[in-house]
Ligand binder design. Structure first.
Ligand code: PRX
Length: 656
């Protein structure tokens, strides 16, 4: 099994029509309906989004201007007043959904909990009041570093309720990575838990927070709110650290949602780019609310009777948009799972599907490839007949994995919805609409209505059918990121200047190569920049290099992605040592541990190769293309004439 190559997907001709019964009951029932929506949105995007914003969301005050576009800076629903926590909670309390399950949580080991909309609202109001009590005001940033427990969603909604932008840091990130994010966001308070259960271990989250804050490491943080989860013994610093379950008893459950300006910041989410420092992607309130709501409604055809399970962690954009905000804004039931498939419980996902009768299931290709390896017996031993739609995200899905997903998990009756999008886009961009679109295994098909996507060359000219090029978006959309936190120039440079503006129109480009086939289907081929994709997680090679060179033994490091059957890619590091250090297995292990400490386990190099010198051009640039070839065991292809010292290549080849 391998990642799709242009050659393999070019041959892909299979076409799957939506099941007739599915289409009949879907929000969008046919390709004609999709085309009408698409054309309408293209002709007048502002009118299209304004109608949906009016119909689908509750506003405290209507906007004056739908879109203010000063390229590359967009403002949507300018002057409108809205609160996403109100749209996710309060408005449902006035309907029969009041006592509907909002969150179903399956915890570890063996815990579970269901919160109705009324119950979730109550807890969110309480946490919002606790935050206020601890001095958090509208506009203050709050860090959230949590395991996958309901309080993670409660914390996000509580922040949104009082207008305090949250920055969720994935619980697998190290204290160092947490510290850097809290510092950049200038967070005033951190919400965490004593620990979390991950696979068959506990993770000491509060201890990581203590390390991040030690020696006044993040001066802005005044308080830490701690949720009790594992009940392991932790240190509580008097005056700074507070137990949530204690403060919860001291506040009222009444906390009206703050009317926010549509363009007020809702959250910052850090993501990897091509520099050593992750960037703070800023999303604002009104546009993001509408976009996460609409994409879930149409692309996953969410219905009131559905139980929807997105297996992502709330620490990623997928968890933000499709565990918390999108489902709750739609009044859906969102399932949250603390566990993960592992050796001791490889079939746990299928147990959860059967236990709750999950209808819509959304996961990543890396998970699907791991399931294929584990064998069909596990899913076949469970009743998966409740499933009616399957989604995938995070990386290109190889046609074999797509077919397996459809046959073994979907019983040949569930449409497969391959969604291409990014932290920056807020929600799905290229995706089938399951009642309308004929699917091809490995293609994320067509743009969501309102999205104008193209594959172009560096000058912004569209390339011919089946030619590889850069995937760009031509018109602003409500869910787009607004800026890089505190760094608008970096926003402009990173996303809007790689591809030349065309006919005065700015083109959004965030790093993927793609092609469009003769039927107009989009095929995303993967990143074309120095970002690698490990199990659907984005990692900048420079980030890992910075981590490696911060170790005293390392003089220089170059990191590339090496293809991996299950994970998609894995970190492969070439390292030159400082003079006094000798290569050894112990040093390899030490460096791997060092990267885990600096970033987190997701960045752990699969392989570290010591080398006396790096292959460089005469101007001193490391030739990563050569390193990528070497790491994947391929022949070195292309021009090597600019290499400064050709013997380096021979040595490296011998080494690998
Ligand atoms: O390379 C694309 C890949 O994941 C990148 C975005 O990563 P992140 O911001 O972490 O968000 C992941 C979840 C939305 C993209 O630039 N990617 C995401 N979905 C797909 C994909 N590549 C191919 N097909 C997809 N469906």
């Amino acid at each position: 099994m391998s990642q799709p190559t242009i050659e393999s997907v070019l041959k892909e001709k299979r076409l799957f029509s939506p099941p007739a019964e599915f289409s009949q009951n879907a929000h969008i029932k046919s390709m004609e309906e999709y085309s009408q929506l698409y054309d309408k949105a293209k002709a007048d995007p502002q009118q299209f989004w304004a109608e949906l914003a009016e119909k689908e969301l509750d506003w405290f005050e209507k906007w004056d201007t739908v879109l203010d576009w000063q390229p590359p800076f967009a403002k949507w629903f300018v002057g409108g007043k809205i609160n996403i926590s109100y749209n996710c909670l309060d408005r449902h309390l006035k309907t029969w959904r009041k006592n509907k399950a909002a969150l179903i949580w399956e915890g570890e080991p063996g815990d579970s909990r269901t919160l109705t909309y009324a119950q979730l609202h109550r807890e969110v109001c309480q946490m919002a009041n606790v935050l206020k009590k601890l001095g958090v005001q509208k506009g203050d940033r709050v860090g959230i570093y949590m395991p996958m427990i309901p309080e993670a969603a409660i914390a996000m909604l509580a922040c949104a309720r009082i207008g305090a932008p949250h920055t969720v840091v994935f619980g697998g990130f190290s204290s160092e990575a947490l510290k850097n994010r809290l510092l950049d966001a200038e967070a005033k308070l951190v919400i965490t838990a004593d620990g979390g259960f991950r696979k068959d271990k506990t993770v000491p989250l509060k201890q990581q927070v203590d390390l991040a804050l030690a020696n006044n490491g993040v001066p802005n943080v005044e308080n830490v709110l701690v949720v009790q989860r594992t009940k392991e013994k932790i240190e509580m610093e008097s005056g700074r650290d507070h137990w949530w379950h204690e403060l919860q008893l001291t506040v009222s459950a009444d906390c009206p949602a703050e009317p926010m300006d549509s363009e007020d910041m809702l959250f910052i989410l850090y993501t990897s780019g091509t520099t050593g420092k992750p960037k703070g992607v800023v999303h604002t309130t009104g546009g993001y609310n509408l976009y996460s709501h609409m994409t879930l409604k149409w692309a996953f055809d969410i219905q009131d009777t559905d139980i929807f399970w997105c297996t992502a962690d709330v620490g990623w954009i997928t968890g933000h948009s499709y565990i918390v905000y999108g489902p709750l804004s739609n009044g859906a039931t969102s399932l949250m799972y603390e566990g993960a498939p592992r050796k001791s419980n490889p079939g746990c996902f299928w147990d959860v599907v059967e236990k709750y009768g999950v209808n819509i299931f959304y996961t990543a290709p890396t998970a699907i490839r791991a399931f294929i390896k584990m064998g069909e017996e596990l899913p076949k031993a469970r009743d998966l007949s409740s499933l009616r739609l399957l989604g995938t995200v995070g990386e290109p899905i190889n046609p074999e994995a797509w077919m397996w997903y459809q046959r073994v998990i979907g019983g040949d009756r569930c449409p497969i919805v391959d969604t291409w999008w990014q932290t920056e886009t807020g929600g799905f961009m290229l995706t089938p609409l399951p009642g309308a679109t004929q699917t091809k295994p490995g293609s994320c098909t067509f743009p969501f209505p309102g999205i104008i996507a193209e594959v172009v060359d560096l000058d912004g000219n569209p390339v011919a059918d089946n030619q590889g090029g850069y995937l760009v978006i031509k018109h602003p959309w409500p869910g787009m990121m607004r800026t890089v936190y505190k760094n608008p120039e970096r926003f402009r440079r990173t996303y809007w200047e790689h591809i030349a503006p065309k006919d005065g129109q700015y083109l959004y480009f965030a790093g993927d190569g793609a092609r469009q086939d003769e039927d107009g289907y989009f095929w995303v081929m993967g990143r074309v920049d120095d970002v690698i994709n490990i199990s659907g997680h984005r990692l900048g090679t420079m980030e890992v290099e910075s981590a490696l060179v911060s170790h005293p033994a390392v003089a220089e490091a170059a990191v590339v992605g090496k293809p991996d059957e299950v994970k998609g890619e894995e970190v492969f590091a070439f390292v030159t040592l400082e003079g006094s250090y000798d290569p050894s297995d112990d040093l390899v292990n030490e460096l791997k541990q060092h990267v885990i400490k600096e970033i987190g386990a997701i960045a752990r190099p699969g392989e570290i190769r010591f080398t006396d010198a790096m292959p460089k051009t005469r101007s001193g640039k490391i030739m990563r293309r050569l390193l990528r070839n070497l790491a994947s065991g391929q022949e070195v292809v292309g021009d090597t004439s600019t290499l400064e010292d050709r013997s380096v290549l021979e040595k490296l080849r011998g080494g690998v």
